[in-house]
Write a protein that binds this ligand. Structure first.
Ligand code: PRT
Ligand code: MG
Length: 214
């Protein structure tokens, strides 16, 4: 096998990717939850996993620091996807990008009345496109996490965030009011690496496609 570096984040993406890697015959020798290593060796001497922040995965692959990566559609939309080949929806780490508001906030009538909404989110591009498409005027407030707090302390009227079980919204007296899109994670490939290491990358791609939940 040629040298291959795979970028991914720990947590749900690593957990959901492990079975796909296994199908490709690749097993990490360390657990990223307990190890402090950022470069994990695998059972193949020439296959390395690099553990990075979820939102940094496209950057590592774009610049060729990793040959392939696994990243959420949410992250890819914000990154823009420049120079990335995205051949495969892995159907893992699924959730929904949603608009949510405090339980007592009448979103429908605010939109109907043409109110200007303050929107707190980590997903500026996606939120901007969504509200522009509806003709709703918004002031976007960029946050890096814990969006659920923003309406509770008067920072925003609404939030745009990822929802899976809905329990985070519920715990913070928020309700989902609009689905923006379904989210899952994609395999991304550096275009130069694809040309130079086509055989090895194709083998991984084929094993992943075969193992994806139908
Ligand atoms: O945590 P960090 O700031 O490092 O980055 P991250 O949050 O982007 O990374 P991580 O590992 O938490 O998520 C990686 C990817 O998993 C995301 O890019 C999504 O594509 C996908 N994913 C799937 C999710 C969720 N489900 C999800 N529920 N990412 C985040 N969440 C969060 C959500 O933001 C909210 O705070 O979980 C909370 C809601 O969960 P429920 O179950 O209470 O609805
Ligand atoms: Mg997170």
């Amino acid at each position: 096998m040629t040298d291959i570096t795979i970028a991914l984040s720990k947590g749900r993406i690593f957990d959901d990717t492990a079975p796909l890697l296994k199908a490709a015959g690749i097993t990490a020798l360390d657990d990223p939850e307990t190890s402090r290593k950022l470069i994990l060796d695998t059972n193949h001497a020439n296959v390395k996993l690099v553990i990075v922040r979820a939102s940094d995965v496209p950057t590592y692959v774009q610049y060729g620091a990793a040959d392939i990566g696994i990243a959420g559609k949410d992250v890819l939309l914000e990154h823009g996807g420049a120079e990335l080949y995205q051949p495969l929806d892995l159907k893992i780490a699924r959730c929904k990008m949603m608009v949510a508001v405090p339980n007592d906030f009448d979103y429908e009538s605010a939109v109907f009345q043409g109110a200007r909404l303050r929107v707190a989110t980590k997903y500026l591009k996606t939120a901007r496109a969504h509200f522009a498409g509806k003709g709703v005027h918004v002031d976007l407030i960029k946050l890096y996490g814990s969006m659920e707090l923003a309406p509770l302390v008067g920072l925003s009227d609404v939030i745009v965030d990822l929802v899976s079980t809905g329990s985070t919204l519920k715990a913070n007296h928020l309700k989902p009011v609009e689905e923006i899109m379904q989210i899952s994670s994609r395999l991304i490939i550096n275009q130069a690496a694809l040309k130079l290491k086509r055989k090895t990358i194709q083998r991984i791609l084929d094993a992943f496609s075969e193992a994806i939940e139908k």
